[in-house]
Design a protein around this ligand. Structure first.
Ligand code: FCB
Length: 452
């Protein structure tokens, strides 16, 4: 029998702790990237975002975006070359149904071809049905503040699932319903730019109804047509939350409430049995500063605390994803990380971010969480909603003038991880050095600079 090489252990009586030098992921783990239609396709002229962008000269315009609608063949070929095994993208409802009840068959043919190409290239398609945008005609009818939106959405779901269900089995009904409701109806920085608690709640409630009914409908269609079992879920924008003052009871209570709202409320509203998996997008880590309701600034700002963050001020905190994953274990469902990534211009930081978050996910799997896939946001740089084209989230760099794509170092790192289904030890060493932190405070002439 071959002698097993012991890699390392801590001698503590009978308990021996192994140090794994190579972190293996479960078989058939999905390694993918994610995009959404309006952010990459270009010229989505019939939706509410397009109309919103035209309304004020101060707002960034999505325009041609990444021209992915025309370039999807070469984009899929690139994913295949990189050895990615899955691709999450969204269907643009306003392309498929530009006028109420009028179906655009060319748009469906387009998505069918994209899905066919993915399947042929060994890339499992994950299809999002609603990712923040709505047909303008739906907005004109009051959008998601009205119960009728649920019926319109279901009619659209019935149509697309009937058309594409034979080639797709992973569906996302709604992307980040809470973020959508808050940004569009409370903060008011996304269309239709409202600031009302009541409307926010109505929208959230209707999205929950839409998910419940779409879940049942998709399963019914598959049964009727004799297709194999679909898997249906939604994506939550999850947040890891901590109290700044660890011993304050008020903070602790507030954290419990905030955790419920952000991480669990949609699952509770829709019912656990209406989910085949739980899917989380993870970017945010918050420390609670004050527990009063007079202001929306409850949280410590990463910037003020001089924490490491992305170029748009989102804190880099890999341990948070471990905590959220462990919290999600309670549902006893398979888990997918459907989005995770960083807006940065520093390539060493992007790579380190990727490896450090994956390492935490590995630990969560070891701790018993049934994680089935990881999707980097995003395949390529794209239109980041109200922030326009400035944030660079892509594994592929996009030159927006020529639409040329360039493979970034992190794309190759994810490629190797995907091909070997592990994080090799060599990569873990990335975590030990090359920490690039931009200066947070500009030294003024009066600040004495200490030399080493
Ligand atoms: C997520 C959104 C996605 C993108 C990333 C950066 O919340 O789902 O469209 O904007 O953030």
């Amino acid at each position: 029998m071959a002698k097993r090489r012991r890699i390392g252990f801590v001698d503590g009586g009978s308990e021996r702790l192994k140090y794994h030098r190579t972190l293996y992921f479960p078989p058939r783990f999905l390694w993918g990237t994610a995009t959404s239609a309006h952010q990459v396709e270009g010229n989505n002229r019939d939706n509410d975002w397009w109309a919103w962008e035209q309304r004020s000269p101060k707002r960034p315009n999505s325009g041609r975006a990444c021209d992915h609608y025309a370039r999807y063949r070469s984009d899929v070929a690139q994913m295949k070359r990189l050895g990615y095994t899955s691709y999450r993208f969204s269907l643009e409802w306003s392309r498929i149904e530009p006028k109420p009840g009028k179906w655009n068959h060319r748009a469906i043919d387009h998505y069918r071809d994209l899905i066919r190409l993915c399947n042929k290239s060994g890339i499992k398609p994950v299809v999002t049905l609603h990712h923040f945008t709505n047909p303008q005609w739906l907005s004109d009818r009051g959008g998601w503040t009205r119960g009728s939106a649920v019926n319109f959405y279901l009619r659209y779901v019935r149509y697309v699932v009937g058309e594409l269900g034979d080639v797709v089995d992973l569906w996302i009904t709604v992307n980040e319903p809470l973020v959508y409701a808050l940004q569009s109806y409370l903060v008011g920085i996304w269309p239709p730019g409202k600031t009302s608690y009541l409307q926010t709640f109505r929208v959230y409630w209707h999205l929950a109804l839409a998910h419940r009914r779409a879940f049942a409908e998709i399963h019914r269609i598959y049964r009727e047509r004799g297709w194999h079992n679909p898997r249906v879920g939604f994506t939550a924008n999850t947040v890891s939350l901590y109290a700044y003052r660890q011993h304050s009871l008020a903070s602790w209570l507030f954290i419990r409430v905030a955790d419920f709202i952000w991480n669990h409320s949609f699952l509770v509203l829709t019912g656990r049995s209406r989910h085949d998996f739980v899917a989380l997008n993870y970017y945010f880590h918050y420390r609670l500063k004050t527990a009063h309701f007079r202001t929306l600034r409850f949280f410590v700002q990463a910037r003020e605390e001089h924490r490491e963050m992305s170029e748009i001020g989102w804190e880099v905190y890999p341990q948070g994803i471990f905590d959220v994953l462990l919290d999600y274990r309670q549902y006893g469902l398979p888990v997918y990380i459907m989005e995770n990534g960083i807006a940065t211009m520093s390539e060493s930081k992007r790579t380190r971010y990727l490896v450090s978050y994956l390492k935490e996910i590995y630990h969560a799997i070891q701790a018993g969480v049934d994680v089935r896939g990881y999707f980097w946001w995003s395949l390529m740089d794209n239109f980041e909603w109200h922030l326009g084209f400035v944030p660079r989230f892509g594994l592929l760099k996009v030159n927006y003038r020529t639409q040329q794509r360039t493979v970034r170092p992190a794309a190759l790192v994810l490629s190797e991880i995907s091909l070997r289904n592990c994080i090799p030890h060599r990569m873990l060493r990335v975590l030990g050095h090359s920490i690039a932190l931009p200066p947070l405070v500009k030294p003024s002439r009066r600040t004495p600079v200490r030399r080493p």
